[in-house]
Design a protein around this ligand. Structure first.
Ligand SMILES: O=C(O)CCC(=O)C(=O)O
Ligand SMILES: [Fe+2]
Length: 261
């Protein structure tokens, strides 16, 4: 990745809440990941609360060598270094999110649980998900959707959403008008198998339903960095972050409060 492209990608991540880097996984490695994820998915019952995510199977690198290989995959680490995001570390695993043929859309949500912590206002990324789709995604088979900029700026939709996943999303109705709305600012993000999608935990995102006859599998891994101002950051540091007590404990919550402006 050239320095120009790296800067452009990081700026897009900062402003829009996501960026896509193509051609990160090789065909051989993709085959290994498909085989292993199919094996794991097919070896267990899928509980009813997996309906909207398709599956939510957490796999540690220490338990599955192929996941360990993905965590340490050099082309991805090189891309991060080029973007000066090399201080992002994996939480140690990937989640297999596999939308079966005919699976419903995933509702609008964000995944940051630290909204009581002033670090939530950071204008730079602190908490990211790395997504590898194992087949090309399209509007028909369940591609990702994002509402750019919503990691930093509140829109009326945030206040109408049920918190994601175990905090409420599992149990929403399939025709919930807010959770599944067609928001005018939403963008679809169809990507090639083997591309790396880097996105903000704070940004509103969703996925289309899978209207194809093939499983759409995604491997999603959480990454975070130390709670410091990144070396590349030349903009202002918000007052609440400068005054933040690094030793304070914050009650987890998925509901954005005063720190989403
Ligand atoms: O299935 C997808 O494309 C996104 C999954 C996701 O955002 C989640 O499970 O939190
Ligand atoms: Fe998510």
């Amino acid at each position: 990745m050239t320095p120009d492209v790296a800067l452009q990608k990081r700026n897009q991540l900062i402003q829009d809440g996501y960026c896509v880097i193509d051609d990160i996984l090789t065909e051989d490695f993709l085959d290994d990941l498909r085989r292993e994820s199919d094996r794991l998915l097919d070896s267990m019952e899928h509980p009813p609360h997996w309906k909207y995510q398709g599956s939510d199977l957490h796999v540690r690198g220490s338990d599955e060598p192929v996941i360990d290989r993905l965590i340490h995959w050099e082309p991805a680490r090189d891309a991060l270094e080029a973007m000066e995001l090399g201080d992002f570390k994996s939480h140690g695993g990937f989640i297999i999110l596999s939308k079966p043929a005919g699976g419903p859309p995933l509702y609008w949500h964000q995944d940051w649980m630290g909204w009581n912590d002033p670090i939530s206002v950071a204008p730079w990324p602190q908490y990211l998900f790395f997504s590898y789709y194992l087949i090309d995604t399209t509007l028909e088979n369940g591609c990702l959707r994002i509402i750019p900029g919503t990691h930093l700026k509140r829109i009326p939709l945030q206040d109408r959403l049920v918190p994601a996943h175990a905090q409420g999303g599992y149990y929403v109705a399939e025709d919930d008008p807010d959770m599944f709305c067609d928001h005018p600012d939403a963008v679809d993000l169809p990507v090639k198998a083997g591309s790396l999608v880097i996105a903000e935990g704070r940004v509103l995102h969703a996925a289309r339903g899978n209207q194809s006859n093939q499983r759409r599998t995604l491997l999603l891994g959480w990454h975070s960095r130390p709670q410091t101002v990144p070396a590349y950051w030349t903009g202002e540091v918000p007052e609440v972050i400068r005054r933040r007590d690094p030793n304070a404990k914050y009650e987890p919550t998925r509901v954005p409060g005063e720190y989403l402006v």
